[in-house]
Design a binder for this molecule. Structure first.
Ligand SMILES: NC(=O)c1ccc[n+]([C@@H]2O[C@H](COP(=O)([O-])OP(=O)(O)OC[C@H]3O[C@@H](n4cnc5c(N)ncnc54)[C@H](OP(=O)(O)O)[C@@H]3O)[C@@H](O)[C@H]2O)c1
Length: 324
């Protein structure tokens, strides 16, 4: 099999494409011939060694895969040869094969291409968890989404719009803002303006202050946009691509604002059954055409380093998939 191996944490260009023996099949597992693997911002943090969890080296990055079942381990039921399935594998996705527990694979609905199916799970489940379980968002509320042309932000735009929220999307390029509009954003803001200008435009677009701020970006932009939140509104802490914001407590006190943490990954690990329910809810809405994961930009497996670099350099509108 071919796989992208990270031998030491550091720059993306140290990743190597290697030919290695296939992993043995184990009881209760299936072997997938991987047709697409999602690339997430977090994969880049793993490789660079800048994530809070540092995997022991060597390791194969990649969390989300889609593939065809090509081998069944002993005792597997409910999954058949040739099935098109998706799985959250944690690590090991940047490869042309994966051995996954049969209880962890999910049949891919016909409405999704392999690329869409390999790239929606982390982004959409984070957004779904944030808005339904954490924020308890209500139809009619306004929500400012930062990084709205990226994976996590765009999913929040799609989910928020589908749930009847009034979504205001901030992104740095017209291509990203157009993508956000295509997923239901009613207003867009150019996030390459100063943080103060973004804040003022968000306040104006929401009639005085947003009910929710969905923030996968953080840094100075997140910190400033806290001030765009209206009475009893919530700041959803999702990610820190621009740095960890230092939220001033006086600004939380003012207007009775609330700050809500969103840690989907760890929560999903602790609550697998509830996470399965969330995935089923999201897949049902995808099946009804009410949620529309974007078709990703595809890169060859050999170009994994380039894919990670383009994502980190903010060159990607939407999502990225590796196609082995
Ligand atoms: N809390 C959770 O459970 C959870 C789950 C999954 C991911 N996350 C986190 O969510 C964040 C976003 O992930 P993602 O997959 O959506 O990433 P992504 O696809 O790369 O999108 C991130 C967006 O952030 C914007 N951005 C602003 N400043 C940036 C900077 N200095 N560097 C890079 N991008 C910048 C970019 O949009 P513009 O160019 O428009 O500014 C980019 O489109 C990450 O921090 C990730 O760890 C959290």
């Amino acid at each position: 099999m071919r796989a992208i191996v990270c031998r030491e944490l550091g720059p993306f260009d140290r990743l190597e494409l290697v030919e290695q023996p296939s992993a043995p099949i184990r009881p209760g597992a299936v072997r997938l011939s991987v047709t697409a693997c999602g690339v997430n911002y977090v994969d880049g943090l793993f490789v660079q060694g800048t994530y809070q969890i540092k995997p022991p080296t060597p390791f194969v990055p990649g969390m989300e895969v889609v593939g065809r079942v090509v081998e069944l381990g002993e005792g597997v039921t409910g999954v058949g040869m040739g099935d098109r399935v998706l799985a959250n594998v944690g690590l090991g996705g940047f490869a042309d094969e994966a051995v996954v527990g049969a209880d962890r694979v999910v049949q891919v609905p016909d409405v999704l291409s392999d690329g869409q199916a390999a790239t929606f799970m982390q982004s959409y489940l984070t957004g779904w968890f944030a808005l339904t379980e954490r924020a308890k968002a209500q139809a009619g509320q306004s929500m400012l989404v930062l990084g709205a042309g990226g994976g996590v932000g765009l999913a929040a735009v799609d989910i928020g719009s589908a749930r009847g929220l009034r979504v205001i999307a901030a992104a740095s390029s017209e291509e990203k803002r157009e993508l956000a509009r295509s997923r239901g954003a009613v207003e867009t803001i150019d996030s390459s303006l100063t943080p103060d200008e973004v804040k003022e435009q968000a306040k104006a677009a929401s009639g005085g202050g947003v009910d929710l701020l969905y923030d996968p970006v953080g840094g100075a932009l997140g910190e400033t946009c806290l001030r765009a939140i209206g009475e009893d509104g919530q700041y959803l802490v999702v990610g820190f691509v621009a740095g960890i914001p230092r939220l001033p407590a006086n600004q939380v006190l003012l207007r009775n604002r609330r700050v809500t943490g969103v840690d989907w990954g760890a929560w999903a690990g602790r609550h697998p059954a509830e996470n399965e329910r969330l995935l089923a809810e999201v897949l049902a809405l995808i099946g009804q055409g009410r949620l529309r994961p974007v078709e990703p930009q595809s890169y060859r497996l050999a170009d994994a380093a380039q894919a990670l670099a383009d994502l980190a350099d903010r060159l990607v509108a939407g999502k990225v998939a590796l196609v082995p």
